[in-house]
Each structure stands twice: as structure tokens, then as C-alpha cells.
Design a protein around this ligand. Sequence first.
Ligand SMILES: [Zn+2]
Length: 284
Amino acid sequence: MKIIDTHIHFSGNEHFQQIAEAAGQINSPEFLAKEFSRHNIVKAIAMGTRSSQPGEPGLPQLPDLAGIPGTEGSHHPECIAYCCGVDSFALGCGSVKKSLNDFERHLSSSQCAGIKIYPGYQKFFVNDRIHYPFYELVQHYRKAVVIHTGDTAGGRGLLKYAHPLTVDEVAVEFPEINFVMAHYGNPWIVDATAVAAKNTNVYIELSGLAQGSFEADWFVEHYHGYIEHLKTWITYLSDHEKFLFGSDWPLVGYDSYIELIKRIVPESCWNQVFYANAERIFFA
Ligand SMILES: [Zn+2]
């Protein structure tokens, strides 16, 4: 089975080195390339970061290769597309026009799959008007908007901004854009399901439902109620065109995470969830 991983981090940032170690991963292009070939992962989308360098307000935040051993002076591997991270806070204090020019340069390239918004980490709602000129650009270039939804790592974010219900309004206002709710809005699974069921242009991405180092068997047994809850609402939606595989690598290893998603999604839908939906939504 071919797989597209719609959510990875390809970054030399020290933070990701530590996260990779905690999950038994090696944060290097060689290790990742081996994992891709072992699991037949043919494409991946790396998420841009969310904060600008001081003095560079509102620049698209790209996955950061600096610090990844072996990537000095090189570009993204071709099988890894990317989403430009939006620094909503910097947009609020910088020149939006300049930022739009920079985003347009990326959005017009085939390796850029869309933009990533970080509500919850940044105290802006996804439907804050500051984002609208960026959505118009995304619409023009027929790319996607990926939104962090659900719980935030660390204690400094604010959950109300990351609630999946906030995606409803922007999905209605921009019906031509595909919006992808990262992490299934976890733990607001029911609310995320409702937003995706109502809006034909809203999709659910399945990364971040577990992290660290674990065996799928152990996880399914230990978190039995959680797994059944996920299965219940996936079945309720009854539309496997809505779901996308994402791992959040290097927060997890592929062996355990692919197995975990296979336990949650019915086998008859694996091709759609692991591959075909991503091809249609991000690369068509
Ligand atoms: Zn992530």
C-alpha cells in the first residue's frame, strides 16, 4: 500500500531532536528516507513552524533544515512538500502586504501544499480577519489550509482558539478552500466530526492521537475507551473521503503509528485514508 504522510516535521530545531529521541527516532534525512522506503511512504508534507525571527514580521515559516545533519546547503527532498507556517502574531504587527508577496512566492510553487495556522499556540482565531488575505491567496493557487486543532503542547497556549468549532465559520466563508483539521481536534473529537460532517470542504487529519514510544497492541488495550470513541465517531461520519493519515513524525515511530491508525480505520478504507484522499486534497 502506498502512503502519503500529510503531517511531519522536518526540522533541525533542538526541540525536535529531543522529541525524536523520546520516540526512539533519529532526526536525520537518512533515517527518514529509510523509514519512507520501509513503509512505502511516497510523499510527505512538512509543517512550517509558527514564529518569525525577530525583525522579520510575517514571513512564511518554512520547515527548518538548519541543524539536520547532512542537509547543509541542500533543499527539501522532492518527496517532501511543505506548508508555510503563518505567524499570526507577527502579521498583527508587521506589513501584511510584504508577507503576502513572500507567501505568494511559495504558494505558486508545486512543492508548497498550502499554509498552516497555529491557533491555540498563537492567540488568534482561525477566522480572525488578519488571515483572510492569506486565504484568498490559497484559494487563487488552489492549495489547502491546515489548522492546528485540539490540545496544545505545553502550558502557554489557550485552548479556546484551537477548538474545532472555530473552523466552521471560515469553512463557510471560503467554500472553495479545503480546510484540514490537524489532530482530529483531539480531545474534541465529536465537535470536529460535526464540523467535517456539515462542511464539504473540511477534512480530518489523524496525527497526534498518540505520541512517544509505544507498541500499538499496548496502546489499544490501555486506551481501550479512547480507541472505541475514535472508531465510533469515524463510523458516525461514514465518509472515509474525509480522513487523512498524518503521523507528526518524529513525535512517533512509523511502525507503531501506522499500525495504530490501521486499528482505528476499517481495512476497506485504508487506501483512501493512507493515500488517495491526500493525493486529491493536496496534490491534485
Ligand atoms: Zn505537528
